[in-house]
Structure formats: structure tokens, C-alpha cells
Design a protein around this ligand. Structure first.
Ligand code: VGL
Ligand code: ZN
Length: 211
């Protein structure tokens, strides 16, 4: 295991999509997704600045298989490119869209909702899946003088990886805290995402290194 990393006042912890629908029993359950909650809560205590993201889809969202009368976990070509179709999940205002009940939400300074446009999905916390529509997170972080990003949450191979890669592309040093994430792992997506993150210069760390 690599060396210790000490959070500073210019670091932000970005907690991705720790919501009921991504936990066991939820509509798009990530295996063992709920196991990360105690680790994430410990991390939240260690950072001065915490951002939570919340997947937040309207009914009939274009990423839902049901919208296209298609099968979940298959791909469909939408206006902006290939989109994986998912079971209906994180529908605005439903209990599935709420944060896990044990997540320490109070210290967070921003709750960033994403995926709220019917026609465009948004895995990344920075750019929607058309890769051009911005969420505003980059401007927020820059305006607040936050310079290094730590990420954890659900799912490693989709929203965490896409957020980490976009953060890196925007020029931030990015650390993904791997044991505080869980993956969906569709057709090797976890290994692919991990490889891309390493290639992009993202640091893959363990929560025990953060002290
Ligand atoms: C996610 C699939 C669809 C995620 C969100 O949070 O990783 N994955 N919507
Ligand atoms: Zn979603």
C-alpha cells in the first residue's frame, strides 16, 4: 500500500450517488453497495469540504429501459451516442432516490443533482453523457478554491469513474478511494474503468491511507 495522504483545506471529498436504489434492495442495486457507508462517513469527518452527488431522474428518463420498451443492461443509440439502458432508478422524489439512511449528509456543503434532463443521462458529476452539457461542478470547485479531489461512492465503474476521469481532464489531481466504492461490473466494466483511471493519472487509494 502506498503512503499516507493528509487532506488539506483545499481538498474536496466528492461522494457519488450513495442512494437507496444503488444499495441492496434498490432498483439498480450495486452488490454490497451499502457496505461502504461506514467508510464514507469516516471520510466525511476527515474532510473540510464535502460534496454529495444525487442521481435524480424524471419519470420516463431516456436511460430507462422501460422508456424504450427495451431490456435493462443492453445498449441503445441515443442522439448523443451509446447509452446503457437501466431499470428505472433514482426517480425524483421517490425513496429510491434518497441517500442511504445512515449516510452522514449533514456536513456536506453542496448536494449536486444530475441526470435531471429527460433526454440526457449524466454519469459524471461534471459533464452529462452528451459530453458537452456541464453540471456546473467545475465552476463551483474553482470558485471555492478547491484544488484536489477525492472520490468515493457508487458505482466505481460508472458514476465514480466518469466523474474521476472528467475531474482529471479538467486539471484536478484526483484520488479515488477504492474500498469506499462498489462496482456494477457489466461485461468487464470495472477492469476497464480501473485501467482508464490509472492511465489518466488518477491515484487509486485505500481509505486507510487517508489520515
Ligand atoms: C449510475 C447507472 C445509472 C451510477 C447511475 O451512479 O453509477 N449508474 N445511473
Ligand atoms: Zn442513473
Amino acid at each position: 500500500m502506498a503512503g499516507k495522504i493528509t487532506p488539506t483545506a483545499e481538498d474536496a471529498l466528492i461522494v457519488i450517488d450513495v442512494q437507496n436504489d444503488f444499495c441492496p434492495g434498490g432498483a439498480l442495486a450495486v452488490p454490497k453497495g451499502d457496505e461502504i457507508v461506514p467508510l464514507v462517513n469516516r471520510l466525511i469527518e476527515q474532510f473540510d469540504h464535502v460534496v454529495l452527488t444525487q442521481d435524480w431522474h424524471p419519470r420516463g428518463h431516456s436511460s430507462f429501459a422501460s422508456t424504450h420498451k427495451g431490456q435493462p443492461f443492453t445498449n441503445l443509440r441515443l442522439a448523443y451516442g451509446e447509452q446503457t439502458l437501466w431499470p428505472d432508478h433514482c426517480v425524483q422524489g421517490t425513496s429510491g432516490a434518497e441517500f442511504h439512511r445512515d449516510l452522514a449528509v449533514r456536513p456536506s456543503e453542496l448536494v449536486l443533482r444530475k441526470g435531471f434532463r429527460t433526454e440526457i443521462d449524466s454519469y459524471s458529476a461534471f459533464y452529462e453523457n452528451d459530453r458537452t452539457t456541464k453540471t456546473g461542478l467545475c465552476g463551483y470547485l474553482r470558485d471555492r478554491g478547491l484544488k484536489r479531489l477525492f472520490m468515493c461512492g457508487l458505482a466505481t465503474d460508472f458514476c465514480v469513474a466518469w466523474s474521476a476521469l472528467d475531474g482529471r481532464r479538467e486539471g484536478f489531481p484526483v484520488v479515488v478511494i477504492e474500498d469506499a466504492c462498489r462496482a456494477i461490473d457489466l461485461n468487464g466494466s470495472l477492469a476497464a474503468a480501473r485501467g482508464e483511471m490509472i492511465k489518466a493519472g488518477i491515484t487509486i487509494a485505500n481509505s486507510a491511507q487517508i489520515t
